[in-house]
Design a protein around this ligand. Structure first.
Ligand SMILES: [Zn+2]
Length: 282
């Protein structure tokens, strides 16, 4: 055998061994999902402003704020960072950091924070995790790192909106702006950020594959309530109506094809689909 052939075979054998060991190690990683309390509206909200077709004009519904912790072996992803703990009526009483302390997870152990989008009710406690890699859609990241507010937003509101992103904008924390159809967070297909633009330019949802529960789909804000999910309702303030409808179509097809449990993050009726923290769905 020539030296070239022998080293090619060695390389092939090493590659196969590496792939096998990667497959073995990812198989061993158990994936689990917990819901964290990130606040709630003190009074039911009018559903009318969540529809740009004047649907549900008289309907009022309770609205909750959710954050999620995904455990992958001994690694963690925080999905959305809720409202800030600022004493306002919709703020959570207990911070994410203090909720995680109940299960002995330190903020430094959270390697990734993924945000569905840049709105303040999804980023309020982001800055408590400055060691984590920020996963965010490119369109939203471009807005947050820009020096100028987007059209229609005043400078003060823009500064407030950007503040939770300070570790990643100006203090060198690691950020991965996402540009593709999906992002495989842990590299084994078990936790995917799904590109669902429209609510904001870089909006994403999250697909989690659990061994016992099956697939779970977290909406971000692709929809807000069961009612407008059923009727393809689009909020008046979405960035792009056509993108919103296309994303909702994709989301519903994913849910149907995977027989996924759909969690509408703002709808309290979906909270009971997951165990009460500190229990995890597995
Ligand atoms: Zn929201």
């Amino acid at each position: 055998m020539s030296i070239r052939k022998s080293s090619a075979r060695k390389l092939l054998a090493a590659t196969v061994a590496a792939l096998c060991s990667a497959a073995f190690s990812t198989q061993a990683a158990e994936v689990a999902l917990a819901r964290l309390d990130c606040g709630g509206q003190p009074e039911p909200v009018s559903v009318a402003s969540f529809s740009d077709t004047m649907e549900h004009a008289q309907l009022k519904l309770p609205l909750t704020y959710s954050c999620y912790l995904i455990r992958h072996g001994d690694r963690y992803l925080l999905w959305d960072a809720g409202n800030a703990v600022d004493g306002t009526p919709r703020a959570p009483k207990v911070s994410i950091v203090d909720q995680l302390a109940r299960i002995k997870v330190r903020p430094e152990a959270v390697g990734f924070v993924g945000v569905s989008h840049h709105h303040a009710d999804h980023t309020g406690q982001l800055a408590s995790f400055p060691k984590a890699t920020l996963l965010i859609g490119q369109g939203d990241w471009d807005m947050m790192r820009s020096a100028e507010p987007p059209a229609g937003m005043d400078a003060k509101d823009f500064a407030t909106r950007r503040a939770p992103f300070a570790p990643w904008i100006s203090a060198g924390a690691k950020v991965e702006p996402l540009t593709r159809d999906r992002h495989d967070v842990f590299g084994d297909g078990s936790v995917l950020m799904i590109n669902l633009p429209g609510h904001t330019p870089g909006h994403h949802g999250l697909l989690v594959k659990l061994e016992k529960t099956g697939h779970v789909l977290l909406t971000g804000d692709v929809t807000h309530f069961h009612e407008n999910y059923r009727s393809d309702g689009v909020p008046t303030w979405n960035a792009n109506r056509a993108d919103s409808l296309a994303s909702l179509d994709r989301f519903k097809k994913l849910a149907a094809n995977l027989k996924a449990t759909v969690i509408i993050q703002h709808d309290p009726r979906d909270v009971a689909k997951l165990p009460v923290f500190p229990e995890f769905a597995k």
